[in-house]
Ligand binder design. Sequence first.
Ligand SMILES: NC(=O)c1ccc[n+]([C@@H]2O[C@H](COP(=O)([O-])OP(=O)(O)OC[C@H]3O[C@@H](n4cnc5c(N)ncnc54)[C@H](O)[C@@H]3O)[C@@H](O)[C@H]2O)c1
Length: 355
Amino acid sequence: MHDFTARILAQRVVFGAGALRHLAREIEALGAQRALVLCTPEQRGQAERVASLLGERAAGIFDRAVMHVPMETAREAREVANGSKADCAVAIGGGSTTGLGKAIALDSGLPIIAVPTTYAGSEMTPIYGITEAGLKKTGKDARVLPRSVIYDPELSRSLPVGLSVTSGINAIAHAAEGLYAVDANPIMSLMAEEGIAALGRALPGIRRDAQDIEARSDALYGAWLCGSVLGNVGMALHHKLCHTLGGSFNLPHAEVHTVVLPHALAYNATSAPQAMRRIERALRAPEGTTAAQAVFNLARDNGAPVALKDIGMQAADLDRACDIALQTPYPNPRPLERAAIRALLQNAFEGVRPD
Ligand SMILES: NC(=O)c1ccc[n+]([C@@H]2O[C@H](COP(=O)([O-])OP(=O)(O)OC[C@H]3O[C@@H](n4cnc5c(N)ncnc54)[C@H](O)[C@@H]3O)[C@@H](O)[C@H]2O)c1
């Protein structure tokens, strides 16, 4: 057992099929009266359902959330929030919508209630990101942590199967890196292993039947655990690479995580053997199958992309991606070696199964 210092973030979490019905109660628990509802254009229908559930407590709908929170959108949403006299916001959607809520909270301290409909896990973290002039700036601030989170698996039934699988593996990535984090602790490691196991069970079930509420519940439960790990301990090489590839080369978030994770695990395997054993156990990897291979198989067998070249990456950009990822030092179990990381990117580009 390593020495550790654990500080667990405090939030209310309400979980269960149909849990959205508790929304008014959660608003009252915050001492708030009027909620601005946030969503993407694609989820306007779900936001309207929320607004009608709230009746006169609804201060309006802002439906322009997009990936990576552009500064202009954040400014517009902040103005709408001010003008609507809302004293809280309800963010219904994935990481993009939660991220917009965080951008408002960062500016005004407006309390956020998150209703996650993907498995990205942003609702459990004090990490925010805002993109200005093509550069995504991220930071940590306790004010942006949603005060209350309603996990209702019914709402994730409409998440397309492809995005469900990649979003689930995005969640697994938080837990996997949490297991070898420089500030890992035993509670977060328990949550990480349980979260990976829940998603490992759930994703094939969702692939078979996207409406399967048991599988949807398992996946959202796993997302909660994995998101908590992301919020409470530091991440390493995998998250740095994905941030670089997503931010500088505009690759889709969940897909990038899905493609890169097996290769990042293979890179760290010999430096974090205990973490690898726990991932293998959680994914019920057959004898002789490594953690990296088990994650690769989970993606491939459930129809997810496994190669960067298939999700918009250009071979000519791999050197630059490697340079950007190495620009600032950060903790990682295995020291950052340029040649090995360049080889990792090449393998991820081509989609080879790690050996
Ligand atoms: N700050 C953090 O801690 C943190 C953590 C994870 C992700 N993120 C950020 O979140 C963003 C990615 O989030 P994401 O992967 O959840 O994707 P997303 O929020 O962009 O959602 C992807 C698409 O799926 C749609 N969608 C979501 N749920 C749906 C549902 N149930 N039914 C139908 N459609 C649905 C959305 O409307 C959107 O069109 C990135 O910008 C990433 O950086 C931040």
